[in-house]
Design a protein around this ligand. Structure first.
Ligand code: 6GU
Length: 242
């Protein structure tokens, strides 16, 4: 899968995308992340990318020309690649959206900055707009990194054989339960006895109950939008009783 990221600050991406899993995925050829400096696509002597807003008011607005030039130069005739503008006004990025985006062979991410981006970029270049949550960042770069990370780990073989993305918090519509590793007792705090029992049926049942318990405690609304078995529902009723 290929990501083409358009930004005024491509150096912001160097750390997060070149460590750990994303680094290995790129080395293995599963993932290509191409950074494009929007400023390199200006045509004026001073490489100006922003300007004051028509109609007055504060702040600066990103000019349309360098963004259109950059995206058109890089994507060329690749007409069906989604072009996603990162903006706090976009639709909310969720696990479901990550799974949907992972179906594409290529994605273009355009990072907004300052007070905003000229409206013609939204109207005539972007095919989608995404936000990563209800707070305002100084630019779309951190949001783009979040999206690259969450989408890339959905791509087959990126996580490797040791993990599967299917059991994640939110992938199942529920939160993940607790995890333990050695030592069996740390500072007097023991690992739950069931995990040391070797009884796999009992362990599986316990794990499912902890997933349900944690979701019920922290994000009860998620229980209404996921498929639950009769056994799950019986356990949740018992929790309510407690
Ligand atoms: Cl995509 N951009 C900015 N500037 N702020 C945000 C965001 C994006 N998502 C949440 N806050």
């Amino acid at each position: 899968m290929q990501f083409d990221i358009f930004s005024l600050f491509p150096a912001m991406f160097e750390g997060p995308l070149s460590e750990s899993i994303l680094k290995r995925a790129q080395e293995a050829g599963l993932l290509t992340i191409a950074l494009h400096d929007i400023r390199a696509y200006t045509t004026d002597k001073h490489h100006v990318c922003d300007d004051t807003p028509y109609g007055g008011g504060g702040g600066m607005v990103l000019k349309p020309e360098p963004i259109f030039r950059a995206v058109e130069a890089v994507l060329g005739a690749d007409a069906d690649c989604p072009i996603i503008l990162l903006t706090p006004q976009g639709r909310l990025f969720t696990q479901e959206v990550a799974a949907e985006l992972a179906q594409h062979e290529r994605l273009a991410l355009v990072c907004g900055r300052y007070e905003g981006v000229d409206e013609r970029v939204r109207q005539h270049l972007a095919t989608d707009e995404l936000s990563i949550g209800d707070y305002v960042l100084t630019g779309g770069e951190l949001a783009a990194m979040v999206i690259v990370d969450a989408v890339a780990r959905q791509v087959p073989r990126v996580l490797g054989a040791l993990w599967a993305a299917e059991d994640d918090s939110h992938a199942t519509g529920l939160l993940e339960g607790p995890h333990y590793t050695r030592p069996a007792v740390f500072r007097g705090w023991p690992v739950p006895e069931v995990l040391l029992s070797g009884d796999h049926a009992r362990i599986e049942r316990w794990r499912r109950e902890e997933v349900l318990r944690r979701t019920w405690q922290r994000r009860p609304e998620l229980l209404h939008t996921t498929a639950l078995t009769e056994e799950d529902l019986a356990f949740l009723s018992a929790l309510e009783e407690e």
